[in-house]
Unconditional design. Structure first.
Length: 276
């Protein structure tokens, strides 16, 4: 795998929006399981199942408030190679009552600036304006813009210079909004989720499922987590796994993607501030 390719993939991983739905191309001929990244200590924890289910059920029929938050993550790829840089995700409410969700990645090889303006209504993300830009050394600049007109039920924008305009389906989400919606839906007690997402000028259908409970140790902290996966075709050899912490506002504390050639890309939480 070339250095350019490695850091391009890893920079995308830090942005998470390219993680959960990523289709990272094979770039190595190594056999399955070679060069694995050591996983954080984890174990199945059936003893926490009743508590988690009870907490989720109590919230499923009521409004789930959003809380401001600021998160930072570490990323690694095969053989524990780390990206030199920083990645932050910030969720904040604006003066007009709408919310801003931002991802900022700053490294010597790539910068990512991603943002979403949205409304939070009836436990749903209502996207209004999405922007994304990836740029950096040895990386071709990539940009995407999506604007949602809920009055006229039209979604429009551009991807890599190509403009598009589509009829807007009820419940449509954007590449950032569905990540937040996934976290909130799991928090509300849902265990199987499906979203219609506008990305790269067209609609995608993304499915997720909660598959287990685990106790997970990351950077010296122990979390009781719900483990979820992206549902793929039965013949797919790509795997995307996520660990959410119900007792920490359902934060994403770990993400792991395994490619068909056995390559592994991992994201783990470094620091988190939740609340006003």
């Amino acid at each position: 795998m070339t250095l350019k390719r490695s850091y391009a993939i890893l920079s995308a991983i830090l942005a998470w929006m390219l993680l959960v739905g990523a289709n990272v191309s094979q770039a190595s001929g190594e056999p399955q399981g070679s060069g694995e990244v050591p996983a954080p200590e984890s174990e199945q924890a059936p003893e926490i199942a009743d508590a988690l289910e009870g907490a989720d059920a109590s919230q499923s029929a009521e409004d789930i408030p959003l809380l401001p938050m600021e998160l930072s993550y570490n990323a690694s790829m095969d053989r524990g190679i780390s990206l030199s840089g920083s990645a932050r995700r910030i969720l904040e409410q604006r003066d007009d009552g709408t919310w801003r969700f931002r991802t900022d990645v700053d490294s010597f090889i790539a910068d990512i600036d991603e943002s979403l303006i949205f409304r939070w209504e009836n436990n749903r993300v209502i996207p209004l304006r999405y922007r994304y830009k990836l740029s950096g050394f040895l990386i071709k600049t990539r940009e995407q813009a999506i604007d949602f007109d809920w009055d006229q039920m039209v979604v429009s924008g551009h991807h890599r210079g190509d403009s598009f305009s589509l009829e807007l389906e009820e419940g449509t989400l954007d590449p950032m909004g569905y990540q937040l919606q996934l976290s909130q839906d799991i928090k509300a007690g849902k265990r199987e989720m499906e979203y219609r997402v506008i990305d790269k000028g067209d609609y995608d259908t993304d499915q997720f499922a909660v598959i287990d409970q685990e106790r997970l140790s990351v950077n010296g902290d122990t979390y009781k987590t719900l483990k979820a996966e992206k549902v793929r075709d039965s013949d797919s050899k790509r795997q995307s796994l996520m660990w959410f912490a119900p007792e920490r506002n359902n934060l994403l504390v770990r993400f792991l993607q395994v490619e068909p050639d056995g390559s592994r890309y991992e994201l783990t939480i470094d620091d988190a501030t939740v609340g006003p």
